[in-house]
Design a protein around this ligand. Structure first.
Ligand SMILES: [Zn+2]
Length: 357
């Protein structure tokens, strides 16, 4: 079946040699979020809608494969966004969307800018972004891939509103996956934990969500990441809770510990920026130790190795209530207050403040 799309010159996307690896899947609980939306769109629309040549355009079914449909994507008309150092190629699978393509592209650019802000650069120089219209409303689901170049696929409901795009966490989550190498499947928790934790932190740093809301959410959600009876440590307990929120708890704990040991000069963000600068991105396969080495070196500590060694094969003894108290985060029903006299109040503030690039 051919789609009635305009024919024009096909934009060439740099071919990336095939690598092994698998996609990471987003299935975090969806929750409605409200925030004052900042002015973040600095993406520049480079060239709209470069189209395909005489090749037959792919059928919708070609995009619903288990893995990223790279070949089908490359036969599609694409829009190109320049965000920081990166060029993002965006293609829309034919389908109904209430919002205009321009509004979706604006959203993609805003989300990419949030991620670039966290890492000091967009993690990869180019990425394919496939928008798949589906039934219903809201951003439903996303997947990130790296084995033939950074790519993600995101399902956007037909009736999605502009406000729902502004509340969306999925796209930032998927883009954060670009910023770390593929590691062993046993350590999927570290990839998902980073995406879960950094999505929240990066959005606060960008002014996209208030810190109060994010701390409230972390206090509410992080208990889901704590070990249950029979837990054998993060590398050996592959439940949903331990993978997403257990990984996020790990990220928060090491973030706080790095800041504590360095008097807030460094945090997890510095470690992860160094990994990206060293080329540790989604297209690469690394042993986790290599990333931990680079991260620890960047902060002048051994925190990543210390906590990984402690928690990879043992449930550990993380006390979240004690952590909230030391950070000075108090949640009373729906009300959040901060105690600036708390021992680690400085770390709490530093986590949510974007450092200089
Ligand atoms: Zn994920």
């Amino acid at each position: 079946m051919l789609w009635g799309l305009p024919m024009s010159v096909k934009h060439s996307v740099a071919a990336v040699l095939s690598r092994s690896g698998s996609g990471t899947l987003t299935s975090r609980t969806s929750q409605l979020r409200h925030h004052a939306f900042g002015s973040l769109c600095t993406a520049l629309l480079l060239a709209a809608n470069a189209g395909a040549t005489g090749d037959a355009l792919p059928d919708r079914s070609e995009f619903m494969t288990q893995h990223m449909p790279y070949a089908a994507f490359d036969r599609m008309p694409q829009d190109h966004l320049k965000v920081a150092n990166a060029e993002l190629s965006v293609a829309f699978v034919p389908g109904n969307l209430k919002l205009s393509h321009e509004r979706i592209l604006e959203w993609v650019g805003e989300r990419a800018q949030i991620v670039a802000g966290y890492y000091g650069q967009f993690p990869v120089d180019s990425a394919r972004i496939l928008i798949v219209p589906v039934d219903g409303g809201g951003v439903k689901f996303g997947q990130s891939f790296g084995f033939r170049g950074a790519a993600l696929r995101v399902m956007v409901g037909e009736t999605t509103s502009s406000a729902q795009l502004e509340d969306d966490w999925v796209l930032v989550h998927e883009m954060v996956h670009f910023a770390f190498p593929n590691i062993d499947d046993a350590q999927l928790w570290f990839q998902e934990g980073q995406a879960t934790y950094i999505e929240s932190v990066a959005r606060v740093q960008s002014g996209d969500r208030p810190a109060t809301e994010v701390w409230k959410e972390l206090v509410a959600q992080m208990p889901k990441g704590l070990p249950q009876p029979g837990d054998q440590g993060l590398d050996r307990t592959h439940t949903w809770g331990r993978t997403y929120w257990g990984g996020a708890v790990f990220c928060l704990v090491v973030d706080v510990e790095i800041r504590k040991r360095t008097q807030n000069r460094f945090g997890l963000q510095d470690a992860l920026r160094a990994v990206v600068r060293a080329g540790g991105v989604t297209t690469q396969n690394w042993p986790i130790e290599k990333a931990l080495d680079i991260g620890d070196r960047a902060t002048g500590t051994t925190v990543l190795h210390d906590y990984y060694d402690k928690l990879k094969a043992d449930p550990g003894t993380i006390d979240l209530n004690e952590l909230w108290q030391r950070l000075g985060v108090r949640v009373d029903g729906t009300n959040v207050t901060f105690d600036d006299a708390a021992e680690l109040a400085g770390a709490r503030k530093a986590i949510m403040t974007r450092p200089a690039a």
